[in-house]
Design a protein around this ligand. Structure first.
Ligand SMILES: [Zn+2]
Length: 457
């Protein structure tokens, strides 16, 4: 063995055990007692988790003429420092763009710059014959999931397009994800609010309330049922949408859903912050009332929700969020979170008894790896898996602040919270890339990990 992680408490989605982990090259080669190797990492008193997987990030994403605040290097260095060793981003093609060219261009932006391993969801922005015809080869090339939007110009899809895409992704083993919000309802409510002079960030959640999300999720779930396709609901925020997911599952559908830390820790009260501060919390779907926190925690613990991802989409407050000073509808949607997901879920989930250790690993690592075709290479600790490990100090206390994080934008939506438990060391394919809170790897070391086709029949 090249390296042994000794005396740690090893946690996977299947169980908790005291064991040593032997690493040879980039892989886990043994799990057992009294292993020996050239190098020893002492994990006494620490948890050893699989490298965490963030299935929903928007790095270096262009919207109109602005770009999100983290590029592929800074965003993934931040991810690594928070215990995440695999991220899944998105292609950024719009309606009418050649999908294949979009994939090539996006890979050119990422390859050689990413600090952790990564995969990519396709963005499906139209359903032309040309787009549909390109999907089988893309599935073969490792694009195992694809996102569809029911809102946002110029990427939103009509129901007929969604149906054609669902039928084709079904046939080539691509898992479809959906950003579910009713576009016309948002447009109507936004016009009403602005017409009444209600322009501040506090009106953002009123322009896209829970029913707007639940209606679109239900509609797309029904479309998926019509063509017998699986479906993954991105960033589920509330009871109303959860109910539609559970109803679809009750009808026998293969339907999955993720939520994000912002929906577990923040609420629409954050839009009431003084001045224009509420703009920092403008993201979509919007933050909900606090009653939804317990709904989502409970749904995670009883396996009604499968994944916690971040939807990391940071905009600079001073130069980008302010574009919406005169209208909440012009505030760029999104917030940072790539580095804080795992510590938040551990401290407030495991630490407060809301999630078991196993379930924590499942929703933050194993679940996303499995659904997006990366398991068992990623998302677990097993012989033959990549040696992506997080040595986690359960007692380290950290008070969150953008100053201690590695992201570019100068605010943290969760600032001021003191968390118990933080990554002490992070290994990517056998190499230490984070040591005591600092990144010691190299941007560009990340490899593209092709997703395996989603098998649902
Ligand atoms: Zn997103």
């Amino acid at each position: 063995m090249d390296c042994i992680v000794k005396h740690g408490t090893v946690v996977t989605a299947a169980g908790v055990m005291h064991a040593d982990i032997g690493i040879k090259g980039e892989k886990i080669a043994a799990i057992g007692q009294n292993l020996e190797g050239d190098r020893v990492i002492d994990a006494r008193g620490q948890y050893v988790f699989p490298g965490f997987v963030d299935a929903h990030v928007h790095l270096q994403m262009t919207v109109g003429d602005i770009v999100t605040g983290d590029d592929f290097a800074s965003g993934t260095i931040a991810a690594a420092c928070g215990g995440t060793t695999t991220v899944i981003d998105f292609t950024s093609n719009c309606r009418g763009d050649d999908l294949l060219e979009g994939v090539t261009a996006r890979r050119a932006e990422a390859d050689g710059h990413v600090a952790v391993d990564y995969s990519m969801h396709l963005t499906l922005a139209d359903a032309t014959e040309k787009t549909l015809a390109q999907l089988p080869a893309l599935a073969e090339a490792g694009y195992a999931s694809a996102k569809m939007y029911t809102t946002y110009e110029p990427i939103r899809l009509a129901d007929g397009e969604i149906l054609r895409l669902l039928a084709t992704t079904r046939d080539c083993g691509i898992l479809p994800m959906v950003h579910a919000e009713n576009h016309d309802a948002i447009a109507y409510l936004t016009a009403e609010l602005l017409g009444q002079g209600k322009t501040g960030p506090r009106y953002h959640p009123l322009s896209r309330p829970p029913l707007v999300e639940a209606e679109a999720a239900h509609r797309v779930a029904v479309l998926a049922q019509l063509v017998d396709a699986p479906l993954y609901i991105a960033h589920l925020t509330c009871r109303e949408t959860l109910d539609t997911v559970l109803a679809a599952r009750q009808r026998g559908q293969l339907i999955y859903a993720e939520t994000c830390p912002q929906y577990l820790f923040l609420s629409q009260e954050d839009y009431e912050r003084p001045g224009f501060e509420g703009a920092k919390f403008v993201l979509s779907p919007a933050l909900r009332d606090r009653a939804n926190w317990d709904v989502l925690w409970q749904a995670l613990s009883v396996e009604q929700l499968q994944v916690v991802s971040t939807d990391h989409c940071p905009w600079y407050y001073e130069t980008q969020k302010v574009l919406g000073r005169d209208s909440f509808a012009q505030i760029p949607n999104g917030a940072p979170g790539i580095e804080t997901r795992v510590p938040l879920l551990f401290s407030e989930g495991v630490g407060k008894g809301r999630l078991s250790l196993r379930r924590f690993v499942e929703v933050c690592a194993t679940g996303p790896a499995r659904l997006h075709g990366l398991y068992p290479r990623k998302g677990t600790i097993a012989v033959g898996s990549d040696a992506d490990l997080v040595i986690y100090d359960p007692d380290k206390e950290v008070t969150l602040s953008f100053k201690t994080l590695h992201q570019q934008v100068a605010y943290c939506p969760f600032a001021g919270r003191t968390l118990r438990g933080y990554p002490r060391m992070v290994l990517l394919r056998g190499q230490v890339i984070v040591q005591d809170g600092e990144f010691v790897g190299r941007a560009g070391q990340g490899q593209f990990i092709p997703g395996r086709p989603f098998a649902f029949h």
